[in-house]
Design a protein around this ligand. Structure first.
Ligand code: ADP
Length: 247
């Protein structure tokens, strides 16, 4: 088995002649926390959209666990275990926290609605959802209406619903964005915890978070890879500093 769970080869995306992602060769090591960083407009979101097939590359190839997935559809990619955490707007605010995770579990099985009407199946799902909530320290909030959760806990719920989809590779889009110090450190530790036995690729702006948990960092600027390495390596890189200062 390859060391790399995800690889891109010359991944490129143009929007009407504007090159948003340019010849990106990404190698994400199995079991790592890999951070994608870069100034605004660097192409991070476009990369995520290409990896989950929300966008089709203009050219280049994508491999997951050695299989080429360049031409697969989003649902096929999710079935392979590449799961992107969606912003909290994707969960149902009026449902309880537990119900939102249960929906994630139901989606993961792909069974029809009628299957879920059996009490025993529902109990099993509720138990599994509760286990996931325990993993992300949200068990105390299980019966809360999601709309009432504090912001930091909502972001933890995003991670929980992602876990329900049985990810091998989790794509986290700015998981600590907009959080106060306490929530940032809680979510940082949570990411570290859920990374055990999984691989995480995340877009993250908070350099303290990146320094603390990322094994590898890829720095994008103007759509291209500017630098790659661990935190010490990229933070000493003069090109990286200039790319950040220039914005
Ligand atoms: P980042 O996430 O690093 O801030 P993005 O991937 O959102 O960067 O954007 C990279 C560049 O591509 C930006 O200049 C942005 O304006 C451009 N871009 C992104 N999506 C589109 C689109 N659908 N059409 C045209 N240009 C786009």
């Amino acid at each position: 088995m390859s060391d790399y769970i995800l690889e891109t080869k010359n991944l490129t995306k143009e929007f009407r002649g504007f090159v948003a992602v340019s010849d990106v060769n990404l190698q994400v090591k199995r079991g790592n926390i890999h951070a994608l960083i870069g100034p605004n407009g660097a192409g991070k979101t476009t990369c995520f959209n290409l990896l989950t097939k929300f966008l089709t590359p203009t050219s280049g190839r994508i491999f997951f666990s050695g299989h080429e997935i360049t031409h697969e559809k989003p649902a096929q990619i999710a079935r392979r275990g590449i799961i992107r955490s969606f912003q909290i707007s994707a969960v149902f605010p009026q449902l309880t926290v537990l119900e939102n995770v249960r929906i994630g579990l139901q989606r993961a099985t792909g069974q029809s609605y009628h299957f879920w009407r059996s009490d025993s199946v529902l109990k099993h799902l509720n138990d599994s959802a509760y286990e996931i909530l325990k993993e992300v320290d949200l068990a105390d909030f299980a019966q809360e209406q999601t709309v009432n959760l504090p912001y930091g806990r909502k972001r933890a719920l995003e991670i929980a619903t992602t876990l329900a989809m049985e990810p091998e590779l989790m794509l986290l889009d700015e998981p600590t964005q907009g959080m106060g110090h306490e929530d940032v450190s809680r979510v940082t530790q949570l990411i570290k915890k859920v990374s055990v036995g999984r691989t995480i690729l995340m877009v993250e702006h908070n350099m303290n978070v990146v320094a603390e948990i990322a094994d590898t960092i890829t720095v994008l600027a103007r759509g291209a890879v500017l630098a790659e390495g661990n935190y010490q390596e990229v933070s000493r890189n003069a090109d990286v500093m200039e790319a950040y200062m220039g914005t």
